[in-house]
Write a protein of this length. Structure first.
Length: 639
């Protein structure tokens, strides 16, 4: 590969050898990719070192095959001072997608060879013709064989490109490129220009120029174009056919032809010179208006989406609130799905030896539980003796520890202590009603007299006394005062009808759990659905708060951008934010019936807060949103 032999010092190291034909070498200028968006088919390429000099921007539009990219190359060669007699030409890489058998991609002549919108930034370098930076935007061809959809995509991508933050702020020239050597009526160029007018505004014709490529008779073409009714400032004859003409001509080529090529080159250079002189003094068309319009439309679209989502969430909250109430009631109604039933039962239990029970067969209960009447004196003495020994021993021990107590104190202590316990035991076993004080009285006197030494004797005496008391208690159970009627535990039957048995009838209560399967199922469903409704309510409230904020931010930007449009267009673009909100309301009325009233309520609240937005400080979006959010608090979480 040959090293570049270009005599332009500021391009040293920035060129790549491409090819050579008939003594003319082509070098590709190395560009730096500043931005590439494959989705929108756009890229920004720079040549040179950035600086703060003024920028002049040219947008090239035209049909497929008219030579827009060749115009870019012509501009580069002119600005970098390439002359006719130089044996090299400069050019940019024309295609991003390789073509040919190697890639399986073939392009027909009628298809655009430039798929990307490419913005070339030509930074000023020492030695260039104009101390200014230039931007040339090359676009894909319109009206190729891929049809209307391709053309629409080109305009869509162009609009997206011009409204990005990395794009330009103003245009100084719109160049409509056309092959003036062909017979045509230029209607298509007029249609393209009309689309650009819609895009950028009515002052587009003030910076529009017609670039006629290849051989042309300017007066004839100028008249043809103006007859179409297309408005433009001037027409430039860029005979770019001579740009890459062979540098070495064969001997057979006549001298007149050599002179003609050089003449055409000089004429082309003169046209470029005239164009750039006009460009340096051209008015500007602000792309900022387009950007603001685009951003305004985007904000309106996002506002509509967020308000509709907010309305949907509010409707969902209402629905879930009703579900919550429904399932809370269902839960309460079926809370008693488990019920307990107390089932009384009676069982017979054997009594200890020497005891018996008086059972009423009609009441099926044990009325009296006592000892046997056989040899009652002997058994009473034995039982009483046993009780006396135990009680007397305890009383004697207590007396030994309290010798100095008074008689009344001993009696009281015995009554409330061990004697009471013995009395209770005797009562339980014999079924009688022996008082604890009776034991104390009988055991207490000897206790005082002899103390702890004669405790066993006291027990014997107390035992005899207990035997008598038990016998008396038993007799009292069948006292003649109530006749032959039992009277125990509500029994009104005759005692003579009772049975004396060795088994007691014991009453028990069994608790049985009963489950109502239908109620349980309804209860379980209610609990599950209630919890689900509560979770959805919590989630819905959080989403409502988020969408309130998002809708508020959209609204604030709408107000700010309407005022910005009025300012930068010097009053030519006046947009009323209230009218824009009315348009959104009209669109929303066509939406889901259940959501409409919520959405309209939100938008009407926003309309009331238009005057609250401080448009003089569009940087303080957050502060403006906070003020509007206070009004938005009137939107309930649920109705």
């Amino acid at each position: 590969m040959d090293k570049p032999q270009v005599n332009i010092s500021y391009l040293k190291g920035k060129l790549t050898y491409h090819s050579e034909q008939n003594g003319l070498k082509r070098y590709l200028i190395k560009t730096k990719v500043e931005l590439r968006n494959e989705e929108n088919c756009t890229q920004i390429l720079s040549i040179g070192k950035p600086n703060n000099l003024p920028i002049k921007c040219v947008l090239l539009l035209g049909e497929t095959g008219v030579g827009k990219t060749t115009v870019v190359n012509g501009v580069i060669n002119y600005l970098y001072g390439v002359g006719y007699h130089d044996n090299y030409r400069l050019c940019v890489k024309e295609e991003l997608v390789s073509t040919g058998p190697a890639t399986g991609v073939e392009r027909m002549e009628t298809e655009s060879q430039t798929d990307y919108i490419s913005m070339y930034i030509l930074y000023y370098q020492q030695g260039m013709k104009y101390k200014c930076n230039f931007v040339v935007i090359d676009t894909p061809g319109f009206a190729d064989t891929r049809g209307t959809q391709h053309q629409n995509n080109v305009m869509k991508h162009l609009e997206e490109f011009l409204t990005t933050d990395n794009s330009i702020d103003s245009l100084h020239c719109i160049g409509l490129v056309a092959k003036a050597c062909t017979n045509r009526d230029f209607t298509f160029q007029k249609d393209i220009l009309n689309e650009v007018v819609v895009l950028l505004g009515n002052n587009v014709p003030e910076i529009t120029n017609l670039f006629a490529t290849f051989a042309v008779e300017k007066p004839v073409v100028d008249q043809i174009v103006r007859n179409t009714g297309m408005n433009f400032i001037d027409m430039f004859d860029f005979d770019n056919g001579v740009l890459f003409a062979p540098h070495r001509l064969s001997d057979s080529v006549m001298e007149e032809d050599r002179s003609m090529l050089e003449y055409r080159w000089k004429k082309m250079q003169k046209q470029y010179g005239t164009f750039f002189t006009a460009l340096m003094n051209a008015p500007t068309v602000s792309v900022q208006i387009l950007k603001e319009k685009k951003l305004l439309q985007r904000s309106l679209k996002e506002l509509k989406l967020h308000v509709e989502e907010l309305a949907r969430l509010l409707t969902a909250i209402e629905t879930n609130k009703k579900k919550l109430i429904k399932y809370e009631l269902q839960e309460e109604r079926n809370r008693d799905w488990r019920q307990e039933r107390r089932i009384p039962s009676k069982e017979r239990m054997k009594v200890p030896e020497g005891f018996h029970a008086h059972n009423c067969p009609k009441c099926n209960q044990t009325c009296i539980f006592t000892y046997s009447l056989d040899k009652d004196d002997q058994k009473a003495g034995i039982i009483g003796g046993l009780a006396g020994v135990l009680g007397g021993s305890a009383a004697g021990a207590a007396g030994a520890a309290a010798t100095n107590m008074t008689t009344s104190s001993v009696a009281a202590a015995s009554s409330s202590g061990m004697a009471a316990s013995i009395g209770g035991w005797v009562t339980y076993v014999l079924g009688g009603s022996v008082a604890a004080t009776e034991v104390v009285v009988m055991a207490g006197l000897p206790l005082i007299l002899v103390g702890g030494v004669v405790g066993i004797t006291i027990g014997t005496v107390a035992g005899a006394a207990c035997g008598k008391m038990i016998k008396r208690a038993y007799s009292s159970n069948f006292s003649s005062g109530r006749g032959d009627v039992c009277g125990e535990r509500g029994c009104q039957h005759l005692i003579s009808q009772h049975l004396t048995e060795k088994e007691r009838i014991v009453e028990q209560v069994n608790v049985e759990s009963m489950i109502n399967d239908d109620m349980k199922e309804l209860y379980d469903v209610a609990v599950s659905k209630k919890n689900d409704a509560m979770a959805k309510l919590d989630s819905g409230r959080q989403k409502v708060a988020l969408n309130k904020r998002q809708a508020t931010e959209d609204f604030v930007w709408i107000v700010i951008r309407t005022k910005t449009l009025t300012r930068i267009s010097q009053g030519l673009q006046q947009v009323n934010p209230s009218e824009l909100l009315d348009q959104v309301i009209a669109e929303i009325r066509l939406g889901h019936p259940e959501h409409i009233h919520h959405a309209i309520h939100v938008l009407n609240l926003l309309k009331k807060s238009i005057k609250m937005v401080n448009v003089s400080d569009d940087e303080d979006v957050s502060g403006n949103c906070d003020m509007v959010m206070k009004l938005m608090e009137n939107i309930p979480h649920e109705s």
